[in-house]
Every structure is written in C-alpha cells, then in structure tokens.
Write a protein that binds this ligand. Structure first.
Ligand code: GLU
Length: 458
C-alpha cells in the first residue's frame, strides 16, 4: 500500500528514536536484561525501517510488539522421591498471536525467569513469521532443574506443571514444545497429562513421540536446519561446507543434529561442549563418536568429559571452545555464550562464518565484531527456525490426521530454510555485504506488523 502524507505522524507519543524507545522499554521492564538485549538487537533495524514507513509508527506497532499479549505465572508443587514437598514457578508468556496460535517451547532450567522467557518469546515472533507458517509466538517453562532428578520425579513435576498450564493452551490457542531441559521424555509426560485432563486427543504440544502424533525429523530439525542455512550462506558466496573445520558448542538436541548434518555433508566437527567444558577432536567426530554423545546425553544424562575419556581426547574443563582455530562456528548451547572477546579470537584464528543454533548465543558486542569483519553471521531467529518450522508441520499433520515420510519432511525443512535465506537477502542486502540480522528482523517483522495494522486498535 502506498503511503500518503496523511500517514505521517502527528501524535502525543514521544518521537520515535532509538534512545526514546529503548529508554522507555527499559523503564517499563526493569532488570530484564536478556529481554532488553533481544529488543535492542531488533530495534537497531526496525526503528530505521519504521521511520521510513510511518503507517507502522502511527499505529504504535513497535510499542505493541514489545508488550506480550498476556503472561501466566503459577506455582508448581510436587513431591520428590523422599516424599518432600517441592515448589517451583511455572510460566507461559503468550507474546503475540497475530498470525497464528501462540507457538514456542518450554524451558526447564534453574536460571529461568521472566526476562529470559520474554526474550525467547519476543525472538519467536520473528522466527515463526520467517518460517511462513501460521504460527504466533509464545514461550514458557520453569526454574525446575531436571538434572539429577529421577524419571519419577520428572514425571511428577511435568504432571503438576501441566495441571495448571492445560487451562491456558489448546491446539488453536497455544501449542508448546521443547527447549532446554524439555525433550522427548518431558513432552511425553506433559502430553499424557494434558490428554487426561482435557479428555481429548488433540495435537496440543509438538515434539511428541512418533507413536502418538509426533513428526518425523522434528528431533533433527533445529540442528539440520541450522546447517542448511549455513550451506545457503556459503552458496551465496560461491563456497561450500566440504572440508570446513567446525566448532559446535553444546551437546544437547540442537548441537547433536547440527554435528550430524555437518559430518554427513563432509565438514569436520573438531570441538563440542557442555556446561562443564569442551572436547577437542582434531581428527573430527565421526558418526560412531557422535552416537556415543547422543546416547550419553539423552539416555545416560552424563557429562561430555566422559566422552573425552572414552576416546582419549583432550577435555578443557570449564572453558569455552571458541579459542580453537576453525573455519565455521555454530553456537548451539544457550544465550550469551559467545562474547566480544570470543568473537575477536574466532576472527583472529581465521573463522569466516557463524550460524546461531541456540537463541541469542552471541552478545551484541560480538555481533558487531563479526559484522565489522564482514563475516557471514546469521541470528538464531533465522538459522534455528527449522525446529519450530517442523513443529508447524507436525501441527499440519495432526490436523489432517496423516503423517509424512522423513524424505518429504526433510525436503520441506530444506525449503523453509532456503526461503528464510531468501527473505534475509531481500531485506538485508547492502552494497557488498548481506546483513542477515537486519534481513531476518525486517522480514520477520513485516508480516506480523501488517496483520496487526489490519486488526486496528487491539
Ligand atoms: N524451542 C524451540 C525454539 O526455540 C522450538 C519451539 C517449537 O517447536 O515450538 O524455536
């Protein structure tokens, strides 16, 4: 739609500048540092864009976009194996449902708080929009720590958590999934409890087991998608993955399948980590070693040092992997795991590309370093969107009561990632550089913002 003079802004609201906006947002959300960081990253690009497109400013779209639709906070009381009463806090941030039901994972980790869930929910708005599937944005979780708990304790916690959460979700309302600390085991316990409470078998929750409505390729999707995205970025520079030395941080679901796809495509995974340190394997992991890690992390729930010991590889306790010389880096562990000093080290050692597999693993200072050095850098909202993308496909399969083959799903996942890359090129191309952060933020924004404009004042 062409903008006219009537669209230009005359209002009682403060002038839209980066300082005014960020100061106001910080004042309204005191102490929520992760949320501030996520909003600041997006606003670096959205404010200049909105200044050029006053229709969004007139409708206060940026102010509305940074205010969640609603937040539910609740007590979760459960009993441990000794019969002691335990209390945790549960959350669901329903951020924006302009283009579909709220959609996003649940995180169980002792660090979970409102700031972290709001940053994650905010990121989800753009990410879900980029997939082109009809999904709004939400995020939730608890400060419950599954580490060191028995299966029975995890089950009792998940059932107690879902007893309250079930009142706020539904296949057309809000569809949660996994995230850190929430994998197949937790989703199964929660889905079972949801089904029992609602007395209905509907696809609410994605990442389900294949026996009860789950989708093939969902488990692999985030990691595979991240590597497909890197492949697209390299292709755009007439380069490829073959022979590249790669660092993958983390060893959870995202890292495992990012590493697998790298190996399958002929790259070399020379380091992998967990929160206790990293393992250096100069030869590169093969599928046998990777299977050992997958078994260690998903069945035995052990530490990565056990992998290092088993294969007599060097383990660097309490250190981050970024100081190892590499061609490509994939931060797949957690937020803010790669800071400015790490970025400088990676650049100095010859790294040329970084694709985020986790959500916001790179600090704002580190992103600046990568961009100033003109490296390939993709933000998680673009390169980790494959996970929620296949969740969207799980919802579709549940609605039509069919399940697609792995080949079909992998093909669709590839198309989703290629399409996101294309959107980034469209909105992020500069003279001699593609700013993927700019591209992902603006492309993700436009669809949601146009829907919000169409709805009028709400
Ligand atoms: N937690 C994942 C993410 O950060 C997946 C969410 C989903 O599948 O709904 O995107």
């Amino acid at each position: 739609m062409k903008e006219t003079a009537a669209d230009s802004v005359k209002s009682n609201c403060p002038e839209l500048t980066m300082d005014n906006f960020i100061n106001g947002m910080k004042r309204r959300n005191p102490g929520e540092t992760e949320f501030h960081q996520a909003v600041e990253e997006a606003m670096t690009y959205l404010i200049p864009y909105v200044q050029l497109h006053p229709k969004y400013q007139k409708a206060q779209i940026l102010e509305r976009l940074t205010e969640p639709d609603r937040i539910v906070i609740f007590r979760v009381c459960w009993q441990d194996d000794l019969g002691s009463f335990r209390t945790n806090r549960g959350y669901r941030v329903q951020f924006n449902n302009s283009i579909g039901p709220y959609k996003g994972g649940l995180r169980f980790h002792p660090t979970v708080n409102l700031s972290i869930l709001k940053f994650l929910g905010f990121e989800q708005i753009f990410k879900n929009s980029l997939t082109t599937l009809p999904m709004g944005a939400g995020k939730g979780g608890s400060n419950f720590n599954p580490k060191g708990k028995s299966d029975d304790e995890v089950m009792r916690f998940c059932q107690a958590f879902m007893t309250e959460l079930s009142k706020h979700i539904g296949e057309n309302v809000d569809v949660p999934a996994g995230d850190i600390g929430v994998g197949a085991r937790e989703i199964s316990y929660m889905f079972g409890q949801y089904k029992r409470l609602i007395n209905e078998f509907t696809g609410t929750l994605t990442g389900k087991g294949l026996e009860f409505g789950g989708s093939k390729i969902r488990k692999e999707a985030t990691g595979f998608g991240c590597i497909y995205f890197m492949q697209e970025m390299l292709k755009h520079r007439t380069d490829g993955l073959e022979g590249k030395r790669c660092i993958v941080s983390g060893s959870g679901n995202v890292a495992q399948y990012a590493a697998l796809k790298l190996i399958q495509l002929g790259a070399k995974v020379i380091a992998i980590s967990d929160s206790s340190g990293f393992v250096h394997d100069p030869e590169g992991l093969d599928e046998e070693k990777l299977n050992f890690i997958i078994e260690l992390k998903t069945v035995k729930r052990g530490r990565i040092s056990e992998f290092a010991n088993h294969y007599q590889l060097k383990f660097y306790e309490n250190q981050k992997p970024w100081k190892i010389a590499c061609d490509l880096a994939f931060p797949c562990a957690t937020q803010n795991e790669l800071d400015e000093a790490d970025a400088k080290e990676l650049i100095k050692n010859g790294c040329t590309g970084i694709a985020e597999g986790a959500n916001m693993p790179t600090t704002l200072g580190a992103i600046k370093e990568f961009q100033n050095a003109k490296l390939l850098f993709s933000p998680g909202k673009a390169s980790n969107a494959g996970g929620v993308g296949v969740s969207g496909l799980e919802m579709t399969q549940n609605s039509i009561r069919l399940s697609w083959s792995s080949e079909e799903l992998e093909q669709r996942l590839k198309e989703i990632m290629t399409n996101i890359h294309q959107q980034c090129i469209q909105y992020g191309s500069e003279k001699d550089y593609v700013d993927y952060v700019k591209g992902a933020n603006i492309a993700g924004f436009v669809k949601v913002a146009d829907a919000m404009l169409a709805y009028g004042v709400l």
